[in-house]
Design a binder for this molecule. Sequence first.
Ligand code: SDX
Length: 393
Amino acid sequence: NAGVFTYDPGYTSTASCDSTITFIDGDKGELLHRGYPIDQLAGKSHYLEVCYLLLYGELPSPAQLEDFESRVTNHTMIHEQMHFLFRGFRRDAHPMAIMVGVVGALSAFYHDSTDISDPWQREVASIRMIAKMPTIAAMAYKYTIGQPFEYPRNNLDYASNFLRMCFAVPAEDYEVNPILSRAMDRIFTLHADHEQNASTSTVRLASSSGANPFACIAAGIACLWGPAHGGANQACLEMLREIGTPNRIPEFIARAKDKDDPFRLMGFGHRVYKNFDPRATVMKQSADEVLELLGIENNPTLQVAKELERQALADPYFAEKKLFPNVDFYSGIILEAMGFPTSMFTPIFAVSRTIGWISQWKEMIADPQLKIGRPRQLYKGETLRDYVDIEKR
Ligand code: SDX
């Protein structure tokens, strides 16, 4: 429930909203989606079933799941005219820049799901966003590597469809590796929703003005891109590559502890978790499994990550400040092993988090007491004073 809590510098703030979707206990390192622990969902469920749970509040019956998966599958293509949008970007554009632009433009193509006062249109917009994000992300990737777009296939599951759209080429047949598909689905599940993080709060604030859902999701993508948030998975892998070998780890830990050095350990720390991020625990297990199944368990980046984690957790600085690996610490290692460039790590986070943004948007829009978000401030500027003519200055 909306509560009031006081924190430095001595002013109070209120919780941003009520919600029934996701619960985090940062001290215990607990994450529940509609009451179900994330480790059980990651181990026993799959992404589209978690999407249903987040969106409608309950686990689906077999018939409900089949209907939901069919509705999502049959919305995975985007309007053919949208293909021309991609051609306006330079080939070296970051895929996140393309996604912000293309998703923001969806309302120009899907007029029949922009009126948020209509429950049917809200439902169609939700399904369209979940369905089209993997297609848009894969097209952004293909465009930046100069390969032709691959169309979605209705005979593939969500994760397999995404992998095929990213890695298939017309010149040869492509079979999705089930190990990679399962790992991809688990990464989607682990990033699905996370309470009122910066990008979800951005979507909620944008939506509170009545803006259409596609524009609000584009705002969330823009916010997620930041290296302190969803951009951390890309920054973390680049940091692990820069460290290169375990014997350079002390140098980077010293930099992270140096107040005068802006460097921070990417993939470490969290605004809420003051214990292990439960997603990071599952992600680490998944990294071990996937790399072993791929026969690259001695991957140097994974070895550096594990040694960095060991040394950081043994260091009093990190223990005192309660800094632990977060969801971004191991995800990049798996994505790199799948063949993705680091520039695709945050777009994959955006694909996954779309269900979280949409579920939180839907919850907020349905609130009859909804008012436009209007944060106040603590004014610390000049007090009242009269204008001085330029001749007298
Ligand atoms: C995500 O909100 C969410 O839920 C986000 C997310 C989601 O699913 O949506 O979980 C996804 O964004 C995970 C976080 C990804 N970002 C990173 O990994 C980037 C590296 N981490 C940091 O930038 C940082 O930890 C933040 C931004 C995540 C949190 O920063 P805060 O708010 O400063 O954290 P804090 O208040 O707990 O920090 C306590 C102290 C501070 O020092 P003092 O001011 O007390 O002297 O620890 C320091 C921080 O400076 N600190 C770090 C550190 N993170 C915090 N020092 C070194 N390395 C770090 N990574």
